[in-house]
Design a protein around this ligand. Structure first.
Ligand SMILES: NC(=O)c1ccc[n+]([C@@H]2O[C@H](COP(=O)([O-])OP(=O)(O)OC[C@H]3O[C@@H](n4cnc5c(N)ncnc54)[C@H](O)[C@@H]3O)[C@@H](O)[C@H]2O)c1
Length: 339
């Protein structure tokens, strides 16, 4: 199966591209490298460096190759930044996705797998969050993801495409060999921040901030559902097979189904690394729900997805291997990870 992986040089897309290659699919990556890393890509995977805003490039790409499906990871993904720069977010996450869908339609490519987010649900009414939970996003990032889901529903109803939207909860972890991992230029995710505090804390005095200790949770800190990036990647391959077998358009929640508090993440990281995490507490941040945990029963039932890394400890162990061996991320790597 020929698959175009848009945003495939980013954190999740690079894991998916690599899994596709390893399992006999033929991935091609399109990425503008604004946030991704050439070194995250296996050198055997063709990389087209370009932007989704470039309609001419998309047209050429779809006329040069016959893709069976498109996986779309490219987006801006910081909630706080989306509040500051909503137009930038809607342009990249919604308008550029429309460019991609239009190019697919012109080329007769109809299968689409979309990186959606738990952010579409806003402040949850009940936990765990299943697919029947109302979608009421509370920031431009979450709204941009919900808008695309709605566009996909309309396009499916019009017979233009078949799609799977995967609503990820918190992606985390690295490859078990420590050669691929999370390297966001402006890191906002808890596990890398905790491990960076372990690595840098002693020399720089950098301290992790724990936002909010008075939430209605067992230890007062926010609870989140962490899913290993390889488990996310597996869901994309299952979704591609599901669509190619004629599966109907669908949206699935994707998490481990277990919640861990910020303090549990810190304590588990201390256990895994054998070092103390320097942290300080701060006020709650606006727009952080107390608890976000997925019900992933539907994707398990319908696509046969099961997590290979169900425990927080296993996820943090892989992340630690990556961060300890790559304190500057991919910056020092010239070529991609090889087998
Ligand atoms: N990381 C998470 O925990 C998480 C959770 C929920 C949803 N998501 C979604 O998953 C997707 C991937 O997340 P990630 O953490 O891998 O992000 P990432 O920033 O590491 O990867 C995104 C990639 O897209 C590329 N890109 C962005 N805009 C582009 C454009 N206009 N043209 C071409 N390339 C472009 C970037 O260079 C980057 O390589 C995003 O859509 C994000 O919203 C991520």
């Amino acid at each position: 199966m020929e698959i175009l992986v848009v945003g495939g040089a980013g954190y999740i897309g690079s894991f998916v591209s690599r899994m596709l290659l390893a399992e006999g699919y033929r991935p091609t990556v399109l990425d503008n490298l604004s946030l991704g890393h050439r070194a995250a890509l296996d050198p055997r995977i063709p990389l087209v460096t370009g932007d989704l805003a470039d309609g001419g490039l998309l047209q050429r790409l779809f006329s040069d190759r016959r893709f069976d499906a498109v996986m779309h990871f490219a987006a801006l993904a910081s909630v706080a930044e989306s509040v500051q720069a909503p137009l930038t977010y809607y342009r990249n996450n919604v308008a550029n996705t429309l460019n991609l869908l239009a190019a697919m339609k012109n080329a007769g490519v109809a299968r689409f797998i979309f990186s959606s987010s738990a952010a579409i649900f806003g402040t949850p009414e009940r936990i765990p969050i299943d697919e029947t939970h109302p979608a009421r996003p509370i920031n431009p990032y979450g709204r941009s993801k919900l808008m695309v889901e709605e566009i996909l529903r309309d396009a499916a109803a019009a017979g233009d495409l078949q799609s799977v939207a995967l609503r990820y909860f918190n992606a985390a972890g690295a490859s078990p060999d420590g050669r691929m991992g999370e390297d966001h230029r402006c890191e906002t995710h808890l596990i890398p921040l905790v491990l960076k505090a372990v690595l840098g804390g002693a020399k720089s005095g950098a301290r992790l901030k724990v936002f909010g200790t008075d939430y209605p949770t067992p230890d007062g800190t926010c609870v989140r559902d962490y899913i290993h990036v390889s488990d996310l990647a597996r869901a994309h391959l299952l979704a591609a097979d599901y669509l190619s077998a004629g599966g109907a358009s669908a949206a699935f929640n994707l998490g481990n189904g277990k919640g861990f508090s910020v303090m549990e993440v810190i304590r588990t990281a201390e256990k895994v690394t054998g070092r103390a995490v320097a942290f300080e507490t701060a006020d709650r941040r606006a727009g952080d729900p107390a608890v976000l945990v997925a019900a992933a029963d539907r994707i398990s039932r319908e696509l046969g997805w099961q997590p290979a890394y169900p425990t927080l400890e296993a996820i943090i162990e892989t992340a630690w291997k990556w961060h300890a061996s790559h304190p500057d991320g991919y910056a020092a790597s010239q070529t991609g990870p090889q087998d």
